[in-house]
Design a binder for this molecule. Structure first.
Ligand code: ATP
Ligand code: MG
Length: 331
């Protein structure tokens, strides 16, 4: 039997290059080798967008188009919609006995996200609990592997903890402890220099951006703020233009030469960025083309995701049964 992957995204907007390197590339690479489940986390998206359900609903179709555009094969991978799989919420309730409020408060990702969203003083309970709900997603199919970005590392760790505690408490082996798989060692930074590009942070290069949008964004990418003239020696560390060069530019010699010249003060930002645009457009151009094709397939992709949801519900029902048996609440 193939091992299982569970991964997914929040329908809070279109997908960006952080998703591409953090998780999407691994999904495409592994969809033959693994039984892959891809979650459209619309219930989780509502935890911090409950007052904007239209955005969440519309973003589902955008996500599906982005999946198609990067090469996710809807025949090989099971794409599904979280709100269609009620068992996830049931598993979440059972798991919530195995974590404390204090543990979640100390979760570094929750801390960062609460600060970013201005929710430190008044935290919606739904949002606060999302690490446990997300463990419900993963354990609903008892996934072995979870391809995610670095920001999600503490969430996968917390899921492993929950699975272990559940099994140990009842002396069973019902839940698997999943492994995280990171596409990149650090989150892909935003064009504004923020350590994370994020849909909710307004600092993204989207997979669906037109060539003109891409060019305009590349020209605005954060570089070395201390450098005023092209003849000033510049810094590579924390320089987003070079982070993107390392990710996109296949011509490694060109990148090394640009870095040397940048540090010596013999190349301007404009040349670095013009070359970056060419390298990025080479990767993003074909994705953009395929996405255009996906626009005409929206209805079909949604239908497939609904069929996928039924399949996941059946698998999850089996896990729920075993959990209830262990907790002596099965009648
Ligand atoms: P939001 O701002 O609404 O949280 P997001 O951009 O963080 O949106 P998510 O849907 O939360 O996107 O994340 C989906 C997946 O993409 C997760 O595995 C996450 O770790 C990964 N990911 C998101 N942003 C980045 C990034 N900048 N670099 C690498 N991986 C990322
Ligand atoms: Mg996020």
């Amino acid at each position: 039997m193939k091992k299982r992957i569970l991964t997914g995204d929040r329908p809070t907007g279109k997908l960006h290059i952080g998703h591409y390197f953090g998780s999407l590339q691994n999904r495409v690479k592994l969809q033959d080798e693994y039984e892959q489940f891809i979650l459209v986390a619309n219930v989780q998206a509502l935890t911090d967008n409950f007052d904007n359900p239209g955005k969440v609903r519309e973003s589902i179709l955008e996500l599906l188009c982005d999946y198609y555009a990067v090469g996710i094969d809807f025949e090989k991978s099971t794409v599904f919609i979280q709100s269609e799989v009620k068992q996830i919420h049931e598993i979440f309730v059972y798991l919530s006995n195995f974590v404390t409020v204090q543990q979640i408060s100390h979760n570094p990702t929750i801390k960062t996200e609460l600060a970013q969203k201005g929710m430190e003083e008044s935290t919606p309970l739904g949002f606060f609990m999302y690490p446990v709900h997300q463990a419900g997603d993963i354990l609903a199919v008892n996934a072995d592997l979870v391809p995610v970005g670095k920001d999600q590392a503490p969430m996968v760790e917390s899921c492993r903890d929950l699975a272990r505690k559940f099994n140990d408490t009842y002396g069973v082996k019902v839940l698997h402890e999943p492994q995280a798989l990171f596409g990149v060692e650090k989150n892909v930074p935003g064009i504004d220099g923020n350590a994370k590009m994020g849909k909710s942070l307004n600092n993204c290069i989207y997979l669906s951006d037109s060539e003109e949008e891409l060019k305009a964004k590349v020209m605005k990418v954060y570089t070395d703020p201390k450098r005023i003239h092209a003849t000033d020696p510049g810094t590579i560390e924390g320089n987003v233009a070079f982070v993107y060069h390392d990710l996109f530019n296949e011509n490694k010699e060109e990148v090394e030469e640009l870095k040397k010249r940048y540090m010596a003060g013999t190349v301007g930002d404009v040349e670095v960025k013009e070359k970056l645009f060419v390298a990025m457009n080479k990767v993003l151009g074909p994705i953009r083309e395929k996405r255009r094709e996906a626009e005409g397939l929206k209805d079909d992709l949604l239908k497939r995701a609904l069929v996928g949801s039924k399949k996941v519900s059946e698998i999850a029902e089996g896990i729920v049964d075993q959990m209830k048996e262990a907790m002596k609440i099965k009648f």
